[in-house]
Design a binder for this molecule. Sequence first.
Ligand SMILES: Cc1cc2nc3c(=O)[nH]c(=O)nc-3n(C[C@H](O)[C@H](O)[C@H](O)COP(=O)(O)OP(=O)(O)OC[C@H]3O[C@@H](n4cnc5c(N)ncnc54)[C@H](O)[C@@H]3O)c2cc1C
Length: 155
Amino acid sequence: MADRVHLLRDFSQTTLLSVDIARVDTWHRPGLLLIGDAAHVISPVGGNGILMAVQDAVAAANRLVPAMRRGTATTADLAAVQADRETAIERVQAKQVAIERQVGRARERGRPIGPPPLLKLITALPGVRGRNARANAYGPNPPRLDLGLLSSTLH
Ligand SMILES: Cc1cc2nc3c(=O)[nH]c(=O)nc-3n(C[C@H](O)[C@H](O)[C@H](O)COP(=O)(O)OP(=O)(O)OC[C@H]3O[C@@H](n4cnc5c(N)ncnc54)[C@H](O)[C@@H]3O)c2cc1C
């Protein structure tokens, strides 16, 4: 960006990206299903937002493809997708809020931002490190795509 930074004269020429951690109460209406950030915005903390959006899509496919094939998809099927995913989303968002609060407190006190020394020590243990990495990579209650869904096409 070096060749255009000089164009900035005033801070008002910049935009502050406001980042929320929030979710809607109901992810569906008749004929409409919200998934991913549309249903629950995930902050950058932990790098889980894309995973959550993709896993919502997997849960939606597992629930809706069979119902749509039968021609019987109802709002109850949409509600089932929310029920399948809501607990995982709540857990991820709660963890993000806890980390952001911890970072906020450290910043207020002028302390370095990072995990507490004891946590650093525990997570340096190979078994624990691998488990934490897997937990973050797959998220809570990861859905598996029902591969049977791929065997025939939607009508
Ligand atoms: C600063 C920041 C950094 C992040 N870093 C990470 C990270 O490192 N790893 C991670 O996993 N997550 C990260 N996240 C979270 C992650 O970006 C989101 O959770 C994720 O992108 C949600 O995916 P989505 O498909 O639901 O929504 P989006 O990725 O927002 O996709 C929605 C798409 O719909 C398009 N769209 C909107 N309205 C319309 C319209 N009317 N017509 C057509 N198209 C439309 C948008 O342009 C967009 O392309 C970050 C978030 C922020 C804010």
